[in-house]
Write a new protein. Structure first.
Length: 136
C-alpha cells in the first residue's frame, strides 16, 4: 500500500523553472496542477513572496480542508486568480459513501473564503461516484 508522504520540490527550483519558461516562451500564466500544493502553508507563503514580483497570472488546485483566508490573501497578492476546489459531489450521502472526508458545508465555506479573498473558485465534480443516482 502507498504511504501518505509528500515530497515537494524546492521553491527556488520551481520559481527558477517558471522564470526560464516565462523568458523562453513568453509565458505569463501558470496553472499549478498539484493536489498537495496548498498543504504546507509556510511553503505557499514563501512561493507567493518569490513569484509576486513577476506579475504572473496563476491558478491551482486545492482541497476544502486546506483553505485558510490568510493564505488565500497572500495568494491573491501573488497573482492567483482562480482556484479549483475538488467538491466531487454536492450530495452528502454520496460524499460519505465515496469516503471524500468532506461535507457540503465545508465545500460551501471553502468557496466562500476563496471568493472573500478575491480569487475565483472553480468547483470540480465527479460524475458516477458510488451511491450516485440520476436524482442525486
Amino acid at each position: 500500500m502507498f504511504g501518505r508522504s509528500v515530497i515537494s520540490y524546492d521553491v527556488d527550483a520551481v520559481v527558477a523553472d517558471m522564470v526560464k519558461l516565462s523568458q523562453q516562451y513568453g509565458l505569463n500564466a501558470f496553472r499549478i496542477m498539484d493536489d498537495t500544493f496548498i498543504l504546507n502553508h509556510g511553503r505557499v507563503i514563501e512561493f507567493c513572496k518569490r513569484v509576486a514580483p513577476y506579475g504572473w497570472r496563476m491558478s491551482c488546485l486545492t482541497h476544502v480542508k486546506t483553505v485558510k483566508l490568510k493564505i488565500l490573501q497572500e495568494m491573491k497578492r501573488a497573482g492567483f486568480e482562480f482556484m479549483a476546489v475538488g467538491a466531487e459531489s454536492g450530495n452528502a450521502e454520496v460524499l460519505s459513501l465515496a469516503k471524500k472526508d468532506q461535507t457540503k458545508e465545508e465545500i460551501i465555506n471553502a468557496v466562500a473564503r476563496i471568493n472573500e479573498a478575491g480569487i475565483k473558485a472553480e468547483v470540480l465534480f465527479v460524475i458516477g461516484l458510488p451511491g450516485e443516482t440520476v436524482s442525486s
